[in-house]
Design a protein around this ligand. Sequence first.
Ligand code: F3S
Length: 649
Amino acid sequence: MGQTLTEKILSDHLVEGELTPGEEIGIEIDQVLMQDTTGTMVWLQFEALDLDEAQTELAAQYCDHQTYQFDFKNTDDHRFLRSAAGTYGAHFSRPGNGICHNVHKENFAAPGKTLLGSDSHTPTPGGLGQLAIGAGGLDIAVAMGGGAYYVEMPEVVNVRLEGELPEWSSAKDVILEMLRRETVKGGVGKVFEYSGPGAESLSVPERTTITNMGTELGATSSIFETDEKTKDYLERQGRGDEYVELTADDDAEYADEIVIDLSDLEPLIACPSMPDKVVPVREVAGKKVEQVLVGSCTNGGYEDILPAAKMFEGREVAKHLEMIVAPGSKQAGEILAREGWTAEMMAAGVNVSEATCGPCIGIGHVPASDSISLRTFNRNFEGRSGIEDDNVYLCSPQVAAAAALEGEIIDPRDLADELDDLEAPGVELPDEYDGSKTDLIYAEDAIDDDLIKGPNIGEVPLQDPLGADISGEALLKMEDNITTDHIIPATSDILKFRSNIERLSDFTLSRVDETFAQRAKEAGSGVLVAGENYGQGSSREHAAMCPMYLGIETVLAQSFARIHKANLFNFGIVPLAIDEETYEKLEQGDDIEIVDDVAEGVKSGQEEFTIRVNGDWEATADLHASERERRILTAGGKLPLTKQQAEGG
Ligand code: F3S
């Protein structure tokens, strides 16, 4: 039987297990990437593991999420990251050089290689045939030390794209259509492999918009076959020699097939506050808009900003709104500036920002209260923009620019009817991506050979080995789809403590219950209760590390998001699955006792544990864990386990 493209790349990198969906496999990692908010912990953990040098073919550290250096903490963090990259042999991308996924795509992403990144949108370079997966920081540290990365073998689903995109529709509409059909849970345990004539018609930047937002489907990764378009893109980036032809076998068997006819797609928009609340733009047309942003790792490329810039040329954005363009990389910004588009946009009333994630996580350009913000980003979780009751819509650059010109949400086709001279903007790739490399400090040119730690760089917290009794009070009961943004918000006032767990943990779950951290500290231990898809969103391991620091030993949830579940194991928190009836019955404040000897049960492969609530009623909670994950839990987390193994324990 033939293989899918995903299976081919995994076979080439397999070090443990078999490619049977649902089974755990260990794979060798060729490249790792880190961003600034997760990177400090990766390097502190790398240091704690007593490792000398990055063992992967390539390691790259980016400074992108928090580039506005409000006070010394962010600047100290960036200096620490530069020193760590230099000390351990990684490339370093300075603040302002761009978002990790964009800069990695431009400079390092390579077809057929595996990439592990401490950011959930790491799958972005799947658009040029790289198998890229997001993971927690500790997994990155271990992979960078030469260890395998373990993941459940995903099901591979073929997404067959037919036809060609009509005018005014874009790659963003392809992935919004996927979200409309499959929802934010539809990709869990899956890799989406795109193929067909429609896929061939898309450029690499269009493909990476789709693979980037596969994360919002909950997918392990998304990938396109490589072809002339991939080769052409790499050549324009000056890396044509890295091209490899990669296709699935003709007789490859997929777990499922989804067919999308691109010619049927109309401009779509995701309504507040979930990326899968997708409707045609015309259904929400007429709503007044007060802020529009074009940028992010999804639509911050030269090819994304160019259509908007063309629409702005010789026109003005509506006076009552703020229109911001934040290029995803300095390369994109430089080319737009050289070609004169930056001046055109500025003349039209656009505020051109530095290349940063910033507003995507509420750092800068926070919307006004009770207003609508249209963004070309990938997430619109409530509060992520920096204000609790936000109204963030997600759309393509074309739809965003149309709204900025009209002052309200409008289908760009209707705007084109209104304005005689507005034509659908074509998207051409530049002959050569000739942005400078000034802000990349290659490993071989490192300027530091020792770690520089400022006062805000803390210690890596360690957990004791798992005990027999992990009973405690249900300190918090939460609903479905709790995101890592709920657990540890990524806003600037909080994120600046990312390297200081003692201080950061004070904000744990503060967006759900402000008293939580204090109550957890007083209790000294406790249990969290949640509904479906607990921990969806980012790869932020702080969302497991901080609860661990506060003494949380188990989470009872109906289901867990993939990366977060791995992070819970990594930090010694037992993730137990409960059914809906148990969830409904449980109440905050309940006294939860796990009747079994937990340490013994975890070690011996026990799957069902009995919980007794208030000494009154009992239910079953399931532990779905591989042998390796059980060893991690038993040791109190992956860091203590890896240290034990290194010491021969
Ligand atoms: Fe940055 Fe937002 Fe992407 S935080 S990495 S632009 S999802």
